[in-house]
Design a protein around this ligand. Structure first.
Ligand code: SAM
Length: 387
C-alpha cells in the first residue's frame, strides 16, 4: 500500500495514498481515511478530554487510568489522537488485516506503544468481551448492529457516529424503520428528527443492559450525526431515562407539531389547530440534546488546543450550547414562503419573539432555522408583523 503522511491536531499518521487520476474512492481504499471527518475528530478530542477531566476528578483517577476504545479504527487516527492529545489508555480495533498493520505503524510513529493496545477483531466480539470507560463507535453507515455490544461495554461514556442520514431522516423510510425500529418523518426539521431517532434507539439498547444515558453534546451535519452520552448503570435510572421517549405529531398543512411522551400513548389523529390529519414520528428521544456546562467545558478544551477545524468546531458547540431545549425547529424560509413574504434577519425575528414573551434561539441544524416555544400561529403572526 502506498501511503502519505497527514497531521491532525498533534498526531501524525500514514494513510493510503489516493491519486486524483485513480479509480479508487475513499471508501474503497484498502484502509479508510476521510479528511472531511477532521472536524468530527477535533470535536471528539475536545469532548472526550472534557469528559475525562470531569470523570478523573469525580472518581479520583489519573487521566491515564481511563480506558477508551476506538472500535472501528481504520488507520487509527481517532484513537491515536485520544491517546496522544488527551492521554487516555487506548484500544484500537479493526477487522481488516491491512488496517491492523497500518495501526501498528502509526502507533510506533507517535511513540505510543505503552499507551495503545491494538486488536484485529470483529467489533461486536471485542465489545462483548471487554468493558471500557469510554466506547467510541464510528462504523460505515448505520451503528445499530453494534449498539447492543457497545451498550454492554460502555461504563461511563458512549460516543456514536451515524452516517446513514437518509434512513434516519426519513428519506429512506423503510430502511429507517428496519434499522431503528422507529418511524422518521421527512419534514423540514428532518436532521433533528434523525438525531432524536438515533438517541431513542441508543436509549432502548442501553436499557436492555439496565443502563441510562444522559446526552452531553449531540450534533448533526449533512453527512453524519454524532452523539456523546454519559452512561450510568441502574434499573431506576434506566426506567427514568426511558421516560424521555415518545412521539412527535406533525401537521403537513399548517406546520403545527406536538410532542407525546410515552411508548403506549394516545396520539390525536387530527391536528389540534387546523383539523388536518397528523403525521406521526417515533418512538424518539424527546429529552435534552446537550448539557450547557459540558458544552462550556468542550469550548474551553477547543480554545486551549491547536486544531485544524478549531473555528468551525467552536461555532457548532456555541450554537448547541445556546439552543433552546425543544424537540423541533422551524425553517424561516419555509414559513416565509407559506406566507408569501421575504425572510427577515434572524436576529430581528428572535428579538420579536422574545419581546412577545416567548423563548427563541438559533440552531446548529441550519442557518435559516430557529427554535421557539411559541406555537405555529404565534410564529406566523410574528412573521406577518414584518410584512
Ligand atoms: N474511525 C475511523 C476514522 O476516524 O478515520 C474510520 C472508521 S471507518 C468509517 C470504519 C472501519 O471499520 C473500517 O476500517 C472497517 O474495516 C472497519 N469495520 C467494519 N466493520 C467492522 C467490524 N464488524 N468489526 C471491526 N471493524 C469493522
Amino acid at each position: 500500500m502506498k501511503t502519505r503522511t497527514i497531521i491532525e491536531g498533534a498526531t501524525c499518521v500514514l494513510v493510503p495514498l489516493i491519486l486524483e487520476d485513480q479509480p479508487v474512492s475513499i471508501s474503497s481504499a484498502s484502509v479508510f481515511y476521510n479528511p472531511e471527518m477532521e472536524l468530527n475528530r477535533d470535536l471528539s478530542v475536545a469532548a472526550i478530554a472534557a469528559f475525562s477531566e470531569i470523570m478523573a476528578s469525580r472518581k479520583n483517577l489519573n487521566i491515564s487510568d481511563i480506558t477508551y476504545v476506538d472500535a472501528f479504527s481504520a488507520s487509527g487516527i481517532r484513537g491515536l489522537r485520544i491517546a496522544k492529545e488527551v492521554g487516555l489508555t487506548v484500544t484500537l480495533n479493526d477487522w481488516s488485516k491491512e488496517a491492523y498493520e497500518l495501526m501498528k505503524i502509526n502507533t510506533k510513529l507517535n511513540s505510543l506503544k505503552d499507551k495503545v493496545n491494538i486488536c484485529l477483531e470483529n467489533a461486536n466480539l471485542l465489545l462483548h468481551k471487554n468493558k471500557y470507560h469510554i466506547v467510541d463507535i464510528d462504523p460505515f453507515g448505520s451503528p445499530t448492529i453494534y449498539l447492543d455490544a457497545a451498550s454492554t461495554s460502555a461504563i461511563s461514556m458512549l460516543a456514536v457516529t451515524a452516517t446513514d442520514t437518509a434512513p434516519l431522516c426519513g428519506a429512506h423510510l423503510n430502511s429507517g424503520i428496519r434499522k431503528y425500529g422507529a418511524v422518521p418523518l421527512n419534514v423540514e426539521y428532518h436532521s433533528e428528527m434523525g438525531l432524536r431517532i438515533l438517541l431513542g434507539r441508543i436509549a432502548r439498547d442501553l436499557a436492555r443492559h439496565e443502563k441510562s444515558m444522559y446526552p452531553l453534546f449531540s450534533h448533526a451535519t449533512r453527512h453524519y450525526l454524532r452523539v456523546y452520552l454519559e452512561v450510568q448503570k441502574g434499573v431506576n435510572k434506566s426506567d427514568n431515562c426511558l421516560k424521555n421517549l415518545g412521539f412527535i405529531s406533525h401537521c403537513k398543512k399548517c406546520f403545527s407539531r406536538s410532542v407525546h411522551y410515552g411508548l403506549a400513548v394516545h396520539i390525536p389523529e387530527k391536528c389540534k389547530i387546523c383539523g388536518h390529519n397528523n403525521n406521526v414520528a417515533g418512538p424518539l428521544w424527546l429529552g435534552n440534546l446537550h448539557d450547557k456546562d459540558f458544552c462550556d467545558s468542550v469550548l474551553m478544551q477547543l480554545s486551549d488546543r491547536e486544531l485544524g477545524k478549531k473555528e468551525q468546531a467552536m461555532k457548532i458547540v456555541r450554537l448547541c450550547k445556546n439552543e433552546l431545549d425543544v424537540p423541533t425547529f422551524y425553517d424561516q424560509h419555509v414559513l416565509s414562503k407559506k406566507l408569501g413574504i421575504s425572510a427577515i434577519p434572524m436576529e430581528n425575528l428572535l428579538k420579536e419573539l422574545e419581546t412577545n414573551g416567548f423563548k427563541a434561539s438559533r440552531t446548529h441544524f441550519s442557518g435559516t432555522s430557529f427554535k421557539t416555544n411559541a406555537e405555529i400561529e404565534e410564529i406566523l403572526d410574528t412573521l406577518r408583523r414584518f410584512r
